[in-house]
Design a binder for this molecule. Structure first.
Ligand SMILES: [Zn+2]
Length: 444
C-alpha cells in the first residue's frame, strides 16, 4: 500500500528543492528520478545487471530490494532497502543523508524535517584521555557533524564532512596507544588516519557533541563466572533413544560439572536446574545479563540412521565467513549505523556490536574448546571427533567466549553403555571442568 504524504524539502547550499514523499509500510521513500533530476546528478540504469549508478563527486550503485549499496569501491548496508514499483526506483528517506553525502561529498543531515546539504558544521576542540589500556581521542563538535569511519589498508580512517575549525587546534602527534595521526584537509572534508603500534581494536562512539575514537588493548580475561547450560529440557527432550533422554543426561552432567567448578572456586550460574523448557534466547540472555566470563552448553549427540557414529566433540561458533571477513564487514557497516539521521539505525547498531564482540571472542572460544576436547579424550576414554565450528544460536553471546560440548552418542551401543554409567557421567563432568580450568589458568 502506497500513500502519498508530505513533501520533503532539501536545502542544497541555500537553494531549496521539494520532493514528494511516499509511505510504504513504515518507511518513507522518495522517487530516485526526481532526486537526480532536481539535484542535477547523472544516473544510469544498467538493465542487464539491474543496477542504478548515480554519480557526481562519487559513484553510488543501488540495486532494488537490496540493502547493500556500493559507494566507490566500498559496500554499505542500509537499514531499509530501496524498492522498485511500477518501474520506478524509490529510495528510503532514512538513507538519503548517507547517499547524498557520498554522491556530493558534502555534509548532509536532517534538521527540522529539512535535508540540509553542504552546510558547514563546527568543530570546537580535540582532547586526549590516556589510561593504561585505553586511549581516547575526543572531537568536540556540533551534533550535526557527519562522519565516516572505516579501516583502509590497515589504517583507521575518520572523515568529517564540511567542518569549520581552527587549524591551530589540529593535533597531529599521537599519544598513548595512537602512534600517529595523519591529517588531510580537503575542500569539504577533514580526514584523519590513525596509526597504532599493534593491531588494536579501534571504535568510534558518538555521544551528542562528542565523537570519541577509542583504542583498547585486548586484555586477557580472568575467568571467574561460568554459565553452565544444560541443553533442552521440559517439552524439548533433545535426542532420545533406547529409554535415554538427552535432557536428563545433560542435566545430570551439568549439575556434576557445576558442583565441581564451584569446588574449584568458580562462581557458577546454571541456566536450568530442573526439567523445564527454556528458549534458546533465554539461555543467552541469562549469560549476557550475568556478564559471565565463559559459557558452556552441555549436550549428547544422536545419529539415528548411523549408530556406528560415536565419540565426543566440542563446538565453538562460526558463521559462514571467517573471523577476518566478519571484522571487515562490521567495520564497513559501522559507519552507516552511526550516521542514520533518526533512530531507525539502532537495532542494526545492536546487531553489529553483537557481531564485533563475538569476533573478539572467537579465538578464545576455540582455545577453550581445544582444552575441553583434549581433557575429555584423555580422561574418559571416548573417541576423539575433534573441535568443530557451527553457527549455534546458543553460542551467539555478547560478552564471553562460549562452547558447546557433545559428550557422546545416545544412538551408539558403546557410548550408550557409558552414558548409563553414573561413573562415566561424573568423569565427563570432571573432564570438562578440568578443560575449563586449564583454559582459565591460561588466562590468569
Ligand atoms: Zn542437544
Amino acid at each position: 500500500m502506497i500513500l502519498l504524504l508530505f513533501s520533503l524539502s532539501i536545502n542544497l547550499s541555500g537553494h531549496f528543492y521539494t520532493l514528494r514523499e511516499y509511505k510504504i509500510g513504515n518507511e518513507y521513500y522518495i522517487l530516485c528520478d526526481s532526486l537526480t533530476r532536481k539535484l542535477e546528478l547523472s544516473s544510469h540504469w544498467d538493465n542487464n545487471k539491474q543496477v542504478l549508478s548515480i554519480q557526481k563527486e562519487k559513484a553510488v550503485s543501488i540495486i532494488p530490494d537490496n540493502p547493500f549499496i556500493k559507494i566507490d569501491d566500498k559496500i554499505y548496508q542500509l537499514v531499509t532497502p530501496p524498492v522498485k514499483i511500477n518501474e520506478k526506483l524509490l529510495l528510503p528517506k532514512s538513507s538519503l543523508g548517507l547517499i547524498l553525502r557520498s554522491i556530493l561529498n558534502m555534509n548532509a543531515f536532517f534538521k527540522n524535517g529539512v535535508l540540509e546539504i553542504g552546510t558547514r558544521v563546527n568543530i570546537y576542540n580535540f582532547k586526549w584521555t590516556i589510561e593504561p589500556s585505553l586511549t581516547r581521542y575526543t572531537i568536540e563538535c556540533s551534533p550535526t557533524l557527519n562522519h565516516f569511519f572505516n579501516k583502509n589498508n590497515g589504517e583507521w580512517v575518520l572523515t568529517l564532512f564540511n567542518p569549520i575549525y581552527n587549524k591551530e587546534i589540529l593535533d597531529q602527534t599521537g599519544k598513548g596507544l595512537i602512534e600517529e595521526i595523519e591529517i588531510e584537509e580537503g575542500e569539504s572534508f577533514l580526514k584523519f588516519r590513525f596509526k597504532t603500534k599493534d593491531d588494536f581494536q579501534m571504535d568510534i562512539i558518538r555521544k551528542g557533541k562528542f565523537l570519541n575514537i577509542e583504542v583498547r588493548k585486548f586484555e586477557k580475561r580472568n575467568i571467574q563466572t561460568i554459565v553452565v547450560d544444560a541443553g533442552h529440557g521440559g517439552k524439548d527432550p533433545g535426542a532420545a533413544h533406547a529409554g535415554l533422554k538427552e535432557k536428563d543426561l545433560v542435566l545430570d552432567i551439568s549439575k556434576k560439572l557445576a558442583s565441581k567448578l564451584t569446588e574449584d572456586g568458580f562462581n557458577v550460574i546454571m541456566t536450568r536446574v530442573n526439567d523445564e523448557f527454556l528458549p534458546l534466547k533465554e539461555r543467552t540472555s541469562i549469560a549476557d545479563k550475568e556478564k559471565a566470563d565463559f559459557f558452556v552448553s552441555i549436550h549428547c549427540n544422536a545419529a539415528y540412521s548411523k549408530n556406528s557414529m560415536h565419540g565426543a566433540e566440542v563446538y565453538f561458533l562460526s558463521a559462514a565467513k571467517n573471523d577476518w571477513a566478519r571484522t571487515v564487514e562490521a567495520t564497513e557497516n559501522s559507519a552507516v549505523r552511526f550516521e542514520s539521521e533518526d533512530n531507525a539505525g539502532i537495532p542494526e547498531l545492536d546487531y553489529i556490536l553483537n557481531d564485533l564482540a563475538q569476533t573478539q571472542f572467537l579465538k578464545e572460544s576455540q582455545e577453550a574448546a581445544i582444552y575441553i576436547q583434549e581433557s575429555l579424550i584423555h580422561k574418559c576414554d571416548v573417541y576423539d571427533r575433534g573441535v568443530k565450528q557451527a553457527n549455534f544460536y546458543v553460542l551467539r553471546l555478547n560478552y564471553m567466549p562460549a562452547v558447546l560440548v557433545e559428550v557422546a552418542f545416545l544412538t551408539n551401543p558403546n557410548d550408550r553403555k557409558k552414558l548409563r554409567n553414573e561413573n562415566f557421567l561424573r568423569q565427563a563432568a570432571d573432564a570438562i571442568a578440568e578443560g575449563i580450568k586449564q583454559y582459565a589458568r591460561a588466562h590468569l
